[in-house]
Design a protein around this ligand. Structure first.
Ligand SMILES: Cc1cc2nc3c(=O)[nH]c(=O)nc-3n(C[C@H](O)[C@H](O)[C@H](O)COP(=O)(O)OP(=O)(O)OC[C@H]3O[C@@H](n4cnc5c(N)ncnc54)[C@H](O)[C@@H]3O)c2cc1C
Length: 308
């Protein structure tokens, strides 16, 4: 156990955490990045990244390696550990993993979010091979294909409408007989000629060896079972921010996102949140990285003010 007090600790090693590490490193804060169990975050799981400006590599892991090396070059320390408990009522703040306590004057929370999964056979195996959770990221790869969107909320309708720019046909599969999405989005989706709906239906299996070829479907009212041919499936059934750790200590909205002001400050002085832990709207590597950089700039200024 160490009682060393760091200037800043960054929780999470996705794009927002690593961008924060780069900026905090360049500001001589000697930041400690605690990676969590998924080093590199969500982007580390994807095999194609074509929309990160200036990145001429191909895969998510390549992007993460470049970001990590750049942060380390400026003094960031990267530690593989997972924080199980935080105490933001004391200053310096205390963070505890299974075997270690960490103390820090400032904290940047970049613990991200997870897409809600269907939990059906084939989903994990075919992720990145026709199964996607992000139309902005992967829609481009489905030009002139027949694809499916699963879900009935705002995100599902936004994804479906966006995907009609590329796909020949988009079939929305929803487990109920009406959408949860807002009326305007519903109207736009329903009058789009490329979008069809299958109601009262759930996906029970995703078929394919190396790429998605179809879905096994079941009508929840009649029990009918059938196979639907498709080249891809976008799952848009929710997004879960990893905010449990901060319940009762930070302001968290009804969807679970950590609440910040536009300078990414939380309601506790000295604590910022960046990336998907606070963002239900943009959900991109570049926007998350931008927030990480901004949070680090804020932390550096705040620490300077405290000293002054
Ligand atoms: C399959 C897939 C493909 C994608 N493709 C693209 C794309 O092509 N382009 C694009 O712009 N975006 C893409 N995205 C979205 C992009 O990956 C996310 O927007 C981005 O990763 C969010 O970054 P983040 O740093 O906020 O959080 P995350 O990437 O979610 O990272 C969160 C980090 O926090 C850590 N963590 C969590 N809990 C703890 C804890 N208790 N203690 C310590 N650490 C913790 C995790 O280990 C992880 O390192 C894709 C997402 C997925 C899932």
């Amino acid at each position: 156990m160490s009682n060393e007090v760091r200037e800043t600790i960054i929780l999470g090693s996705g794009p927002s955490g690593l961008a924060a590490a780069l900026y905090a490193g360049r500001a001589n804060l000697n930041p400690l990045v605690i990676t969590g169990n998924e080093f590199g975050g969500q982007i580390n799981t994807t095999s194609e990244v074509e929309n990160y400006p200036g990145f001429s590599g191909e895969t998510g892991p390549e992007l993460v390696e470049v970001m990590k090396a750049q942060a380390e070059r400026f003094g960031a320390e990267i530690k593989l550990d997972y924080i199980e408990k935080v105490d933001l009522s004391q200053h310096p703040f205390k963070l505890s993993s299974h075997g270690t306590d960490y103390y820090t004057k400032s904290l940047i929370i970049a613990v991200g979010a997870s897409y809600r999964k269907l939990g059906v056979p084939g989903e994990v195996e075919l992720t990145g091979r026709g199964v996607s959770y992000c139309a902005t990221c992967d829609g481009f790869f489905f030009r002139d294909r027949d694809i499916v969107v699963v879900g009935g909320g705002d995100s599902a309708m936004e994804e479906a409408i966006f995907l009609t720019k590329f796909a020949r046909k988009v079939t929305v599969i929803h487990r109920r007989d009406e959408l949860r999405a807002g009326p305007l989005l519903q109207k736009r989706a329903k009058k789009n000629e490329k979008i069809e709906f299958i109601w009262d239906t759930v996906v029970t299996k995703i078929n394919g060896e190396n790429a998605v070829t179809g879905l096994e479907l079941k009508n929840v009212k009649t029990g009918e079972i059938w196979t639907h041919q498709t080249d891809g499936v976008f799952i848009a059934i929710g997004h879960i921010p990893n905010s449990d750790l901060f319940q009762g200590q930070l302001d968290i909205d009804e969807q679970g996102f950590v609440v910040t002001d536009k300078r990414l400050r939380t309601n506790v002085k000295g604590v910022w949140a960046a990336g998907e832990i606070t963002d239900s709207v943009f959900r991109q590597a570049i926007t998350s990285a931008g927030m990480g950089a901004a949070a680090a700039i804020e932390a550096e200024r705040w620490l300077g003010e405290q000293e002054g």
